[in-house]
Design a protein around this ligand. Structure first.
Ligand SMILES: [Zn+2]
Length: 241
């Protein structure tokens, strides 16, 4: 296998063009109330078996009130491999957020054109079922930490707990220790904690200055009785507690 600029492939026995493996899926007769419920069931198995699925595209019914009827899913290693990541088209920069920071997505992809292709389809009884076009992957399973979908799911599950720790200003390494003590299988990485902390700060500030946000927060946080005056010219606040 050719070596490129010091990068040595570890997968000398795994050529994605020919390597094929089948990983467990939920039983095909299981019915789901929503596509999201189906995706969660698949990714729960994916968590234990080293893969994750993401939405690829959706189809709606025709007619005056189009309804979702099919959600096609792919492995998170599906899609075209980026041979020259630096030349990949840049994603549009998002609008600056409240705190003035701007968010820019990094172009990063583990895609290796995995052929895995399944769908969730709406049935006449309003339930969703799983159908398989291809259940083959072209790569070995990999740990949950390598799958953004699993980390996002855990972040959503533990959002409130994390927010409490952020409010206590716990450092990221301590939060990771606490997470591991509670759940040995946590797949969150330091960067997930840091990003979640920044997002929460942005949501909290939501268009306010930090001082205004502080004024909003104080009355709910302990037994504060205070008066304050704001000097707009100097942008300062005097507290009288
Ligand atoms: Zn795959």
């Amino acid at each position: 296998m050719p070596e490129v600029a010091g990068i040595v492939s570890e997968d000398t026995d795994e050529d994605p063009a020919t390597f094929r493996i089948t990983l467990p899926l939920p039983p095909l007769d299981r019915r789901y109330n929503t596509p999201e419920e189906g995706i969660e069931a698949i990714n729960q198995l994916g968590f234990n078996n080293g893969f994750a699925v993401v939405k690829r595209r959706s189809k709606k019914t025709k007619g005056q009130v189009p309804r979702l009827k099919k959600v096609q899913l792919q492995c998170d290693r599906g899609g075209q491999a980026l041979e020259h990541p630096k030349e990949a088209p840049e994603q549009p920069e998002q609008a600056p957020v409240a705190s003035g920071r701007s968010k820019k997505r990094k172009t990063h992809s583990l895609a290796i054109d995995c052929p895995f292709d399944i769908s969730l389809r709406l049935q006449d009884d309003e339930k969703w079922i799983l159908t398989i076009t291809s259940d083959k992957h072209n790569h070995k399973p990999s740990p949950a930490t390598t799958h953004v979908a699993h980390r996002k799911h855990e972040l959503a599950q533990k959002r409130e707990q994390l927010q409490n720790w952020f409010k206590q200003n716990l450092p990221t390494r301590q939060i990771l220790r606490l997470l591991r003590a509670e759940d040995k299988r946590t797949c969150l990485l330091p960067k997930d904690i840091n990003n979640a902390r920044m997002r929460m700060n942005d949501e909290f500030l939501a268009g306010q200055t930090p001082i205004q946000a502080l004024l909003m927060e104080l009355p709910t946080d302990g037994e504060w009785r205070f008066r304050y005056t704001i000097h707009f010219y100097y942008d300062t606040v005097h507290f009288y507690c």
